[in-house]
Design a binder for this molecule. Structure first.
Ligand code: PXL
Length: 275
């Protein structure tokens, strides 16, 4: 069985980061190893939350894996909370990433805005971490901040292609932009492989809603599929379909919350598609 090491926080309530990555990767039939970077009562979109920083654990944990010879088939990073964490996670990748697929989801912004506590300099530093990845999975906002260009939601296909080329200029072979669509009724992924100089896009139905946590669901589903031997393009497309299914399941519950995407009841569809 393949082993993914995922490095991000635990937000105890709020269905994002590790509470999403763990079950989805496990459902993919892949071992989910975790390196929790912090424990928060909820994610930072709530008006109040606790934050227990675990940064100092990262080098200690990394050292022990070195001593024990524990390795990973993939290292997948998500929300990271400080410059020091970016540096230590970069070191972790340098040390344990040989022969592994490195996936960086620069989870730090959406809808033109950085999440609470992040700065433009932090986004540029996240861009540097992206240089260590094979595949990066930003949304348009994250991509814009990492490249230091204005957020432009009125894009056309040429703009997206140019942005993708700039993203791989940060150093990764593949860049996949999530939340992209060219009409009111479609949304999906637009990706670029800098080695073959080829583009890939896949769209599905755009629902008239947006939920917190869908980026983490998307990245987790894509990494899980990759480790199950799917191609990059197939994995990115399956993650679009799965994320949509999660949103449909969420909408079907009239008591749904903005932070409570129903990824659980969509898991059978994900598992079925991986057979
Ligand atoms: O879903 C991304 C995410 C993960 N972790 C924490 C967050 C967020 C987004 O706000 O605050 C702590």
């Amino acid at each position: 069985m393949k082993r993914i090491m995922t490095i991000q926080d635990i937000s105890c309530v709020g269905k994002c980061s590790l509470t999403v990555a763990l079950p989805i990767i496990s459902a993919a039939g892949v071992e989910a190893a975790v390196l929790p970077t912090a424990v928060l009562s909820t994610h930072t979109a709530f008006s109040k939350f606790t934050f227990c920083d675990l940064t100092d654990e990262i080098p200690k944990i990394s050292d022990v894996y070195g001593e024990l010879g524990i390795g990973f088939d993939a290292i997948y990073t998500g929300y990271l909370g400080s410059f020091r964490q970016l540096e230590l996670v970069g070191d972790f990748i340098d040390r344990h990433g040989r022969g592994a697929m490195i996936v960086v989801d620069p989870a730090m912004a959406d809808n033109g805005q950085l999440y609470k506590g992040f700065t433009e300099d932090f986004a540029l530093a996240m861009g540097k971490l992206c240089g260590k990845a094979d595949l990066i999975i930003p949304n348009l906002t994250e991509a814009s901040f990492m490249l230091g260009v204005p957020y432009n939601p009125d894009y056309d296909e040429e703009y997206i292609r140019a942005l993708l080329r700039s993203l791989t200029g940060l150093g990764s072979r593949y860049a996949a932009l999530t939340g992209i669509g060219f009409s009111e009724d479609e949304i999906g992924v637009y990706a670029y492989d800098s080695v073959t100089d080829s583009y890939f896009s896949y769209f599905n139905e755009r629902l008239p809603v947006s939920f917190h946590g869908t980026g983490d669901i998307y990245a987790s589903a894509a990494v899980g599929a990759l480790m199950r031997g799917r191609s990059v393009n197939d994995s990115l497309a399956l993650a679009v379909d799965y994320t949509l299914e999660c949103m449909r399941k969420t909408m079907a519950d009239e008591n749904h919350r903005f932070y409570g995407v129903n990824f659980e009841e969509a898991l059978p569809m994900y598992i079925e598609r991986l057979k």
